[in-house]
Design a protein around this ligand. Structure first.
Ligand SMILES: [Zn+2]
Length: 239
């Protein structure tokens, strides 16, 4: 049997609630830390992905350039071959046809050469972009690591505060009747960290619903624990 009367109990429960509200707040803050870090990481990875894509683009352009150079090389070989055959031809007509072939191939090659120059310009531009993106990303990585460390430090601070609060809590609980404490704890976990609510202007400060005068009278009699009919929180009044 507890030596405290109900009024004393409600008094201790409000002190306990003050600690528990802080504990609830800090725990929520602590729980959001991994989500925050994950969001920062995702944003950073997306920026990293952009650079990977630019690198891929540069590689693709280099390959295109190589292909065009090979194409030009083999056309040059073909032109040389045709030119060496020119003087072996017997008729003027054959000569004309082959000369036209040579000219066409040369025209093709000049077109390919323009293409190669175009690709080279693209590669140069891309190299500049990649370089500045890489510098930017290095900066971003520093910022990301700083932000992450900041959050991790906050978590450590919160853990210290939680330990202190839990100790203070343990000092308050031994005086409380076990049944009342277990009722309080149950409401605390079911009702977002608020187990006991004051009644102000006929309204429960836990759910802001109307509390009838006869219920308020019951609270003031201090015969038993009175709970809100709507949110089920323990009710008390400030004298
Ligand atoms: Zn309520």
């Amino acid at each position: 049997m507890s030596v405290l009367n109900l009024k004393d109990h409600l008094n201790i429960l409000t002190q306990l609630q003050e600690l528990d509200s802080e504990i609830y707040h800090f725990k929520a803050q602590k729980n959001s830390a991994p989500v925050q870090i994950e969001a920062l990481k995702t944003a950073f990875e997306q920026k990293k992905q952009k650079l990977t894509e630019l690198d891929k683009e540069a590689l693709e352009l280099t390959k295109q350039k190589k292909d065009k150079e090979m194409e030009m090389g083999s056309k040059e070989e073909a032109i040389k071959k045709l030119q060496s055959q020119l003087y072996q031809l017997k008729t003027n007509n054959e000569y004309k046809i082959m000369l036209k072939q040579i000219d066409d191939s040369k025209a093709d090659n000049s077109f390919i050469e323009d293409k190669i120059l175009e690709i080279m310009e693209k590669i140069d531009n891309l190299k500049n972009t990649v370089e500045s993106e890489r510098k930017l990303l290095a900066q971003e990585e520093i910022v990301f690591n700083q932000e992450k460390a900041k959050i991790e430090n906050t978590v450590k601070e919160i853990e210290q505060k939680l330990t202190q609060l839990e100790t203070q809590r343990e000092q308050l609980t031994p005086g409380i009747d076990k049944k009342i404490l277990s009722q309080y704890n149950k409401i605390l976990s079911n009702r977002n960290g608020l187990a006991i609510a004051t009644v102000t202007n006929n309204s429960c400060q836990g759910c802001h619903m109307f509390v009838p005068p006869q219920v308020i009278n019951l609270i003031k009699m201090y015969e038993r624990i009175i709970t809100c009919e709507v949110c089920n929180r323990i009710l008390y009044t400030e004298d």
